[in-house]
Write a protein that binds this ligand. Structure first.
Ligand SMILES: Nc1ncnc2c1ncn2[C@@H]1O[C@H](COP(=O)(O)OP(=O)(O)OP(=O)(O)O)[C@@H](O)[C@H]1O
Length: 283
């Protein structure tokens, strides 16, 4: 269990996190969402014991941590957004090397290579693999490390739908016994597996609850069909949360808030509507 109390992180003039209070349990899936620059990666680095908070305090298993973050680092594995690795080294060798560095076991590597569809690719130099394949090699490392807490920074970025499915299945399985905190911009991934969602907006925690709690925060949603000229108008005067092109070339638009036209019809809110509403403050 990791608790942050009043955690603020400043980088010179930028306040990346502001007075965060969060407690994370010992198993399950926590999704961290928020717009670009909201503070997700900063939160991940602090949870991993790799960055220090400017103010506030952190405790691990109820014990307040001082400056020494070794216990936090030992309990967590961070898969950063971009794992900068030697392109000449084969994926399997790099995974084993990273695990050895951290004194973690490597007995699960062969199985995980299969789980993440890297059989036949794992012995090729990393530099010759596609971006999504390198991302999967990173996932093999993170899951093989088998620490009680996994911190995955945008782990599904670059994965094709098949690989994303494999990832969500694996995460769901592992989360029975471990805590998985992952950041993402993909609402459907959150809907599928996250037990809890944290949303950051400009460094502040604006949501901390289940996906149902988030859905309950959605405002009224109205649907209207519009042509391209009306589309711009709809976006100027209200928060649009979705646009779908119809076969006749017009657009089906979802807009949040008050009813704005007699022809707009009420539709049930989705998690994406709620997310757009909760993070729309700066728009
Ligand atoms: N090392 C740093 N030095 C200075 N400013 C930083 C540093 N790292 C992050 N920031 C700033 O802190 C804020 C939060 O950045 P962070 O990377 O945590 O956001 P994020 O939510 O992960 O964004 P994204 O979705 O784009 O990955 C941003 O304003 C960013 O510019």
């Amino acid at each position: 269990m990791i608790s942050l109390t009043g955690v603020t992180k400043r980088y010179r003039a930028t306040e990346a996190l502001t007075r965060l209070d969060v407690t994370l349990g010992d198993a399950g899936i926590v999704a961290v969402m928020g717009r670009n620059g909201a503070g997700k990666s900063t939160l991940m680095s602090i949870l991993a014991g790799l960055a220090a908070e400017t103010e506030g305090s952190i405790s691990l298993l109820g014990e307040p941590l001082r400056r020494d973050r070794r216990a936090l680092r030992a309990a967590t594995t961070l898969l950063p957004q971009e794992l900068r690795l030697d392109p000449a080294v084969p994926a399997r060798e790099m995974i084993r090397y990273l695990l050895r560095l951290r004194r973690r076991p490597d007995d699960a590597v062969a199985d995980l290579i299969e789980v993440f569809g890297l059989t036949g690719l794992a012995d090729r130099p990393l530099g010759t693999l596609s971006g999504g394949t390198r991302q999967r090699a990173g996932l093999v490392y993170a899951f093989a490390a088998a620490t009680p807490v996994l911190l995955l920074d945008e782990p599904t970025q670059g994965l094709d739908p098949w690989e994303r499915l494999r990832f969500t299945e694996h995460v769901a399985r592992v989360a029975a016994t471990r805590l998985i905190v992952y950041s993402t911009h993909i609402v459907s991934d959150v809907e599928a597996i996250a037990g809890r969602v944290l949303i950051l907006e400009g460094g502040q925690l604006v949501h901390n609850g289940t996906t149902d709690d988030l859905l309950a925060r959605a405002p009224s949603v109205w649907q209207i069909d519009a042509d391209a000229a009306d589309l711009a108008e709809l976006g100027t005067h209200g928060q649009v949360s979705g646009v779908t092109r119809l076969t006749d070339g017009t657009f089906r638009v979802r807009r949040l808030g008050d009813r704005f036209s007699d022809t707009a019809k009420p539709v049930p809110p989705t998690l994406l509507d709620a997310y757009i509403a909760v993070t729309g403050g700066a728009q």
